[in-house]
Ligand binder design. Structure first.
Ligand code: SAM
Length: 352
């Protein structure tokens, strides 16, 4: 059985943007429905007016195209009133109705303070669920196409659903957990680290992000993004009027240019341009498109600092600006609110 609703996990405070994105996607496919998205809950639920349409929509969602959802799971109705003595029972029954073979079982909860309080419950319940699922004839095989999710929204309430492994986030709760490297000069370094994991498949690093390549880092101070590139063996021009970490400069791979990132022009093309300047998103989007259009770089990763209001609209405006600047084709663009992004999204733009 295919569950008809779409459950999207997101950063707390971005439920509205998730809802707008899911609604727009559904409309695009001619599916009408409504979204339940309580502010600061860390998730949004899309329910189609007609179940069959919801099932069709679930089949056609392309996870990689979504910006705000960290994960999308196809779920049925919320299981409520789970009995304290046997929470596993109703969850196992709901899971069994979805299939008998899954790649893995993930127990998740919203990325909020209330959600965190549910993690010990999930840990305690996991062995009971595994036993119950085995007894019900549900098997786990890493080669299976779908993953089984149990998403707790309270001690007695959970959604049970599935995601297609190849069309979803790899990480539990859609969160890439990274350790802060002790020698990196700023926490922002984690944004670029995550962006590189998200946007550039590891198997392509040898050809797209390899030692000896060159990069410009616009708005580089104090050097967290530059640090990520230097770690991968790239030579970097760090553009910023602010200071760059002394150890980075001593590495011999970094040149500091005290310049305005909007005025800086490369004398030779770079492999990469990365940009974390604090500026209006549309200005940054135009700049990134120009770097690609002028062939000043082959690929770019840039961060868009979103306004307080109309954040979804702003992202769509930037997408349209890039499309217009690049003549509507010949490029590849992905935008994503990363786990390490706050009121921001990060984008990757490259020539096809
Ligand atoms: C968020 S910080 C960058 C942090 C950096 N990515 C890191 O990982 O350490 C933004 C930087 O953009 C710089 N900036 C803002 N506007 C700029 C401009 N027009 N040209 C160059 N740098 C700019 C600021 O000086 C500031 O250092």
């Amino acid at each position: 059985m295919r569950p008809p609703n779409l459950l999207a996990y997101c950063r707390a405070g971005f439920e509205r943007e998730c809802a707008q994105e899911l609604t727009a996607l559904a409309l695009d496919m001619g599916v009408s429905g409504f979204v339940k998205a309580r502010p600061d809950s860390g998730f949004a639920l899309f329910q189609a007016h007609q179940e069959e349409m919801g099932i069709e929509l679930g089949k056609h969602v392309e996870f990689r195209r979504l910006v705000f959802p960290r994960q999308v799971v196809r779920v049925g109705e919320l299981l409520q009133g789970l009995p304290t003595g046997d929470r596993a029972g109703p969850i196992v029954a709901a899971a069994r109705a979805l299939g008998t073979r899954f790649a893995e079982l993930t127990l998740e909860m919203p990325d909020t303070n209330d959600g965190k309080a549910l993690s010990s419950l999930a840990r305690t319940l996991k062995p009971h669920l595994e036993k119950g699922l085995a007894r019900a004839g549900v098997a786990f095989d890493p080669k299976a196409e779908e993953r089984l999710h149990v998403f707790f929204v309270g001690t007695a309430a959970a959604y049970v659903g599935t995601s297609v492994v190849a069309n979803s986030a790899t990480w539990p709760m859609g969160i890439v957990r990274l350790r802060m490297p002790s020698s990196a000069p700023s926490r922002s370094t984690l944004k670029l680290a995550e962006a590189l994991i998200e946007f550039i498949p590891q198997r392509e690093h040898a050809t797209r992000l390899a030692p000896g390549m060159t990069a410009a880092d616009l708005g580089a101070s104090p050097g967290g993004w530059t640090w990520q590139l230097v770690q991968r063996g790239l030579s970097v021009i760090a553009v910023d009027n602010g200071e760059i970490d002394r150890k980075l400069l001593d590495s011999g791979q970094v040149k500091h240019r005290r310049d305005d990132g909007f005025h800086f022009r490369p004398s030779d093309p770079f492999d990469w341009m990365v940009c974390d300047m604090v500026e209006s998103p549309s200005r940054i989007a135009r700049l990134a498109a120009r770097w690609i259009a002028e062939r000043w770089c082959r690929e770019t990763i840039f961060n868009l600092k979103l306004p307080m209001k109309k954040r979804y609209e702003e992202v769509e405006r930037c997408r349209a600006l890039i499309d217009e600047a690049l003549g509507g084709g010949g490029y590849f663009l992905r935008m994503k609110q990363l786990y390490h992004d706050r009121e921001e999204v990060t984008a990757h733009l490259a020539r096809r």
